[in-house]
Structures are given as C-alpha cells and as structure tokens.
Ligand binder design. Structure first.
Ligand code: GLA
Length: 661
C-alpha cells in the first residue's frame, strides 16, 4: 500500500469538526495522518501535568476509521511555560541575539533542560500509546534544524568544546586542522575554542566546518535520544523524522542521519518561481531515495497548492499536484502526505494550502485531493519496488557547507546549483540517477559524476580510481578535490588527489564576473567559472574560444585503464550540461532518450515493472510504454498518446524475475 494523508491538527478545531474530518478522510481515501507535531503546550500545559484526553479521543476516532497514525513526539516546539521558566533554552544567533518564543523550534539543541523535558514528554507518550491500534509510526521532532540548526549560546559553546575533545586527540590536533598559525588563532586549551560567532571579518573556515558538523550531530543526538526511548517503550514501531531534502537546504548531514532512522521520510515544496521546479523535485526525490539506501521512503509533506513562505505564493495549476505526487512515487516514495489536512483559521500558516481548504469541499483543491486519493489506492502494487540506475551522482553536504563559506574565489559557486544543473542535463535525456555519498563503491555504475566535490580525502578517491581503471566513465567538474576534510588545500597541483586520474593540473582559477560569459570552440557558452588547465595526458575535448583563456582546454578526457575520466573546467550555460550529459552517456554506453517534456521512470520488483509517465508538456505526447495503466485499467501501447499534463503508471510483467539467472 502507498500511504496517503497529511499532517492533522485536530487541536486547532472544535470536537464536532473531528467527526467531519474522519468522514471526509474516508471519502478522500486517507490512510495515514501525522498527529501532534506542535502539541506539547496542550499535552503538558504545566510542568509534569499531562492532558492526554483529547489525543486519546482523536487516536480512538482514527482507529475506528482505520486511519493509521504517524504519532509525533511534539518536541519541535516547546511550550510557553518552559521557555518562560528557562529562557536559557532559547537559541542564540551568530550575532549573539537570543531569539524569543512566539514562533516554533525556539530551543537550543545542546540545552540539557530542553533535552530532559523532551525526554519526559516522549516517555509519557510512548508509554501511553505503545499498544494503540492507530499507532503505525513515530515521528520524532519535526524537520530538525529547519530554524534552529546553529545555536551560538554558551551552552552550545561548551557542547562544541566537548565535541572537539571527542573528535580530536589534543588541542594541537585542533590547531593543525584549523590552520591556527594563520591570523594568530593558536589555541592552548580546548576552553578557548568558540563557535564561529560574529567577528570583525572572516571566520576561520575550518572552525565553521567543524561547527556545522557539531551542530548536525547535536541535533542528531536529540533525535537518537527520542528514538531510543521509543524503541525501548514501544518495540517494533518504526521511528522516522521528516528530512528537508529540497531547494538546497543543507544544514544537516543527512547521510549520517539516514543511518539512524528506521524509515527515511522527506518534506518537499516546489519553488513557485522556478519554471523547472519539476526537475528540482525529481532531484530531491532521487537524493531522498539515495539517503534511503535505494529502499522506499515516505513523502511526509508537500502541498496541494500554494505555500505561505515564498515571496509570491502562486496556486498550483490544474493537474500539477497530481504530477508532483506521481513524480515522488515514481522515484521511490511509498507514501504521499501533505502539510496539511485542513487549512488553519489562524496563525502564521493560515494562507498555506491544505487537502481541505477554507472553502470546504466545493473546491478545486478538494476535488483534486479526492482524485489523488483514488489514484494512490490504485498504486498499491507498486509499494516496495524501486527504480534502478546506472548513473551515480556524488552528493556531499560538507562540500555544500564549504562552498557557502566566505572568502572563496567566487560567491557563485554553489554545490546545490551545480548538482541541479548536472542533474537537469541528465533528466532531459531520460536518465534515472542514483545519489551516492563521497567514497561510495561505484561498482556496477556506467557513469559517475562528481559535481563541485570540493573536499575529498584519499580514501574517498580510491573507489573512484578503481572504478575508472576497471572500465567506468567518470565526470569531475571544476573546483572539485581542492581541499581535504579539514578544508586545507591539498598541495601538489590542483586537484592533487585527482591529478593523475584526470591527466591534468589546474594552474590558476579565473572565475567570471557577474553576468559575464565565455565561449567554447563548439559555439556553446559558459559562465561563473574558468581556469587555466594544463593537460598531462588528457585529450582536449573543448577549448575556450574567447576571453583571456582562449585556446586553452575547457573540457578534457583521460583514458585510464579501461575507463575514462572527463573533466570540465567551467560552468556550462544554456543546454551545455545537457549536451555534455549526452556525450557522457554515449561514452558509457547508456541509453539517451530525450524526454521532450515527458518524464518516464520505472520502478522494479521481481517480475513487475511500473513505468511512471508524467507529461509536463502542454500538448499530447507519445506515452512510450506498453502494458496496463494502473490508474485507468486500460491497455496501453507504446504509440498511444498521453494527454497534456496527464500521468500514467504502466504496469508490465517480465516472464522471469529481474535479476534471476
Ligand atoms: C514545513 C513544516 C510544516 C509546515 C510546512 C509549510 O514542512 O514541517 O510544519 O510549516 O513547512 O510549508
């Protein structure tokens, strides 16, 4: 079964609304709701005084209607009495300003008081609801780090120092890692180490890196504390928390987090201003699947229509919500949930869309909710299957952090931007992508891409070297492999660790000024970045043909063992990444099938193949798949057309299970 539903906040409504809610949930085919995300203040209105009556009623009602509950621990937003009694739990920003209560996530991840009070609530909830028939899953916190990822208070500073002591053998090791001979930053005792607070000019970038690692770990330990209590008190019930793999959010190292959750879930919202939002969505879904180890995951939140937090929150167009949902399922989601079930009357999110809008059931959004519920029910047999890919993109949260630092060659070089551009190139060729962490074993892939993989260690390069030597094709982009895992330049000619693999050395970076472009010798253009490349065995595929580097290499290819290592020393513009991706696919023997607006992704399981076809185009297109459409029950031939903006899920069965000998 593919779960269908959303966040449910019955506490915002009078009791008689609850009855209408469950009736309408049944009508819409809702099978799962997340309850209690922000209800700490109501569940514990005074210290150690718990009021679970309303939640008992809600869970009983949902159980009677066979709606499963993803029960939140409520710890995302501490109650007013707690921050009133203990203002020291409020987070402090980089400028030293303590943030106030009155919003949400107003807590310091290192606060012992917060942690103790959170544990108390979790213990109560777990004990009370462990055996409840509605309970299907626990939802610890909510979007950890969305607003409080980095706290600079004294408690955090002390915790950071504890983290440093646990990470480094001695203060000298910290000095070494942080290059503290520079600018007289030498430390003689761990006690002198600080979070990277507001300083007269640039912070120490290695200190910033460690602080981001620490901050991700501090929140992760909050999650783990809740998870361990839940496991102990409610054995067998999976624990999740909703990640934020979307729109370049990078505050947590989700590769580390993904190992700790029982099931990966993600929240995703599209950028209303982005005409290619569906490609960003596809990337986010593929990255989430990568985090899930290629196992199914849950789309915990997305929106039926507009959100409330972008500058201009446009409505979704007819069919857009269905296409968004089907895209997520195509790329491995076994659950389609929304924020939220019923639109709030008050509060900061009252203009956020919901499954049931303010206007009620006589509305376009409600009708599309009902339609989606029916479709999701028809996709039950898809659950558990997963896409397959022969292309791996390396994704690294730490490189993303490093490229957000100050004092770099160009402020335009952003990990998420280049990942998105490279991904979009492949998307246009109908190529499904797996995301892998740095240092992943690349065996079995035909093409591996390292987009702005700024930091690399020798151990992370070894599998790449092996992969290419044994026949793999790799593409490395500019500003990769420049620093080590302490953010110190790896000496020996950029990018030292990749120099022999790529057959070149980069002598000097020459980033482009804002709005400037440069031409390549095939007539294409590039922006953002150029650099002086000296080949050391690599063939030149493209040269710069304008600007100070005219005549110098821009794209190269090095044959190593039985494979090839390509390098691109600039940021391709227009359809440049698409053309390069096509060339790379040809080099690695992969099928390149221009999508022309129609996205096709196949999930496999045993003998079954489910091809998801999503027509993003405004005219009918060939469906390009044969079998039975699970959504309509109709037989489908390759040459049939799929209507403008429509979706289909075409099931076909192989004679033998895929992968059988
Ligand atoms: C996040 C949060 C929700 C809600 C939505 C609004 O995903 O988890 O509580 O605020 O954003 O888009």
């Amino acid at each position: 079964m593919i779960a269908f539903g959303g966040d449910y906040y019955p506490e915002q409504w009078p009791r008689d609304t609850w009855l209408e809610d469950v009736r309408l949930m049944a009508e819409a085919g809702v099978t799962m709701v997340t309850v209690g995300v922000f209800s700490w203040g109501l569940l514990e209105p005074a210290p150690d005084t718990f009021e679970f009556g309303w939640l008992d009623e809600v869970l009983d009602l949902l159980a009677q209607h066979e709606i499963a509950v993803d029960l939140a621990t409520g710890t995302a937003s501490p109650p007013a009495w707690l921050t009133y009694q203990h203002p020291e739990i409020l987070p402090v920003d980089r400028d030293g300003r303590r943030l106030w209560a009155g919003s949400r996530q107003a807590w310091c991840p290192s606060s012992p008081v917060y942690r103790e009070r959170a544990a108390l609530l979790v213990r109560q909830l777990a004990t009370r609801y462990a055996g409840h028939p509605a309970l299907a899953m626990w939802h610890a916190g909510n979007e950890y780090g969305c607003h409080n990822a980095h706290c600079y208070c004294d408690t955090s500073a002390a915790d950071f120092r504890r983290w440093l002591r646990a990470t480094y053998d001695s203060i000298d090791a910290v000095n070494e890692a942080w290059s503290t001979r520079f600018w007289s930053q030498h430390l003689t005792d761990f006690e002198q180490a600080l979070p990277p607070r507001l300083t007269p000019t640039f912070n120490n970038p290695s200190q910033v890196l460690d602080f981001k690692r620490f901050s991700s770990d501090a929140l992760l330990s909050c999650f783990i504390a809740e998870r361990d209590l839940l496991h102990a008190l409610a054995p067998g019930v999976p624990v999740t928390t909703n990640f934020l793999v979307m729109l370049g959010f990078d505050k947590l190292d989700y590769w580390k987090w993904a190992r700790e959750v029982d099931i990966v879930s993600n929240d995703h919202y599209i950028d209303a201003a982005d005409p290619d939002a569906h490609i960003e969505l596809a990337k986010s879904a593929d990255l989430t699947r990568g985090l899930a180890g290629n196992k199914p995951w849950i789309l915990m939140e997305h929106s039926t229509g507009a959100v409330n937090w972008q500058p201009r929150n446009r409505a979704k167009r007819p069919g857009e919500m269905l296409r968004n949902s089907v895209q997520h399922v195509a790329r491995g989601a076994d659950g389609v949930l929304f924020f939220q079930w019923r639109a709030s009357r008050g509060g900061a999110e009252k203009f956020h869309s919901a499954m049931l809008p303010h206007g009620g059931t006589n509305s376009r959004i409600w009708r599309s909710t009902i339609e989606l519920g029916r479709h999701v029910a028809r996709l039950a047999s898809v659950a558990g299957s997963t896409p397959r890919s022969q292309v791996a993109i390396m994704f690294d949260f730490e490189s993303s952090w490093l490229l957000a630092n100050e004092a770099l060659p160009s402020t335009d070089v952003k990990h998420s931007r280049i990942v998105q551009d490279v991904y979009a190139g492949l998307w246009h060729g109908g190529v499904t992508v797996d995301f892998v962490p740095p240092g992943a074993d690349l065996t079995g892939y035909a093409l591996a891409i390292l987009p702005c993989q700024h930091a690399l260690s020798p151990a992370e390069v070894a599998p790449l070297q092996e992969y290419v030597e044994s026949g793999g094709v790799a593409l490395v982009t500019y500003f990769s492999g420049i620093v080590d895992r302490s953010d110190q330049v790896v000496l020996g000619g950029y990018p030292a660790l990749l120099r022999s693999l790529l057959g070149l050395v980069v002598e000097e970076f020459d980033p482009l000024l804002e709005g400037a472009g440069v031409e390549l010798d095939d007539g294409s253009t590039a922006d953002t970045w150029s650099e002086r490349i000296l080949t050391e065995g690599a063939d030149v595929v493209r040269r710069f043909s304008s600007g100070p580097l005219a005549g110098e290499p821009a794209i190269t290819r090095n044959r190593v063992g039985s494979g090839e290592a390509w390098y691109v020393g600039t940021h391709l513009a227009g359809e440049g990444w698409r053309h390069l991706a096509a060339a790379m696919c040809t080099a690695s023997g992969l099928h390149w099938a221009p999508v022309e607006g129609v996205e096709r992704v196949t999930r496999y399981q045993g003998r079954d193949a489910f091809t998801f076809v999503i027509n993003h185009h405004d005219s009918p297109r060939p469906i390009g798949a044969a079998g039975h459409d699970l959504l309509t029950g109709a037989a489908v031939d390759m040459d049939d057309v799929i209507a403008a903006g429509a979706v289909a899920v075409v099931h076909s069965a192989f004679a033998r299970a895929q992968g059988d000998d």
